[in-house]
Ligand binder design. Sequence first.
Ligand SMILES: Nc1nc2c(ncn2[C@@H]2O[C@H](COP(=O)(O)OP(=O)(O)OP(=O)(O)O)[C@@H](O)[C@H]2O)c(=O)[nH]1
Ligand SMILES: [Mg+2]
Length: 208
Amino acid sequence: MVSKAASDAPSEAPQSAGSGKYLTSSVVGAAKILVVGPLGVGKTTLIGTVSEIKPLSTEAVMTQAGARVDTVVTGGKTTTTVALDFGRMTIDGDLVLYLFGTPGQQRFLPAWRDLAKGSLGALALVDTRDLEASFDALGNLEDLGLPFAVAVNVFPGSPLHSVDDLRAALDLLPGTPVVTCDARDPASSVRALIALVSHLIHIATETS
Ligand SMILES: Nc1nc2c(ncn2[C@@H]2O[C@H](COP(=O)(O)OP(=O)(O)OP(=O)(O)O)[C@@H](O)[C@H]2O)c(=O)[nH]1
Ligand SMILES: [Mg+2]
């Protein structure tokens, strides 16, 4: 399931995990993971929360000029991702995840299909205040045949649904993990990514 990782570090560089800048020598595998979901669901936030390197983000200010083609969100959000987010997270010291966040605006869907190339799976963030907004991203993952886990990012006032109701509303396969998270909280976001990785390992074990 995972490929052998080459260390990011030059040979003379310290291998300590202290700075988080370089991969530790214990890393034996790597996986490219997408973080997808509709506008404002928390993709950039989650990658920034868990990344052990300074995350790459490509935020642009949303103006009225884009209102004709873009979804406009309220609640103080003034920027949106226009290309990708990138971050890196190591699990258990031996598996490194390269996290690619996709833009949420509908018009960037073709771009994130390109981002999907070479990825092993996706974490699909969902906001229960607008479940329908997730359909495009989930549909794209299904079209691409990319396994995914759903992480419900809980906002103030988010309606609470049972996992069974969410599965039905999102038309998920029985094995697709559904977890809740707060994208601003490292432990919660890491748990969501571990749920995805466990799912990917399960699929790989079943098919090998
Ligand atoms: N309450 C709450 N707020 C959150 C959470 N996750 C993100 N936010 C806030 O929601 C806003 C949107 O988050 P982003 O991370 O920019 O969302 P995004 O999915 O990257 O948005 P686009 O790139 O525009 O599609 C930010 O102001 C975050 O601080 C969460 O779990 N709970
Ligand atoms: Mg973003």
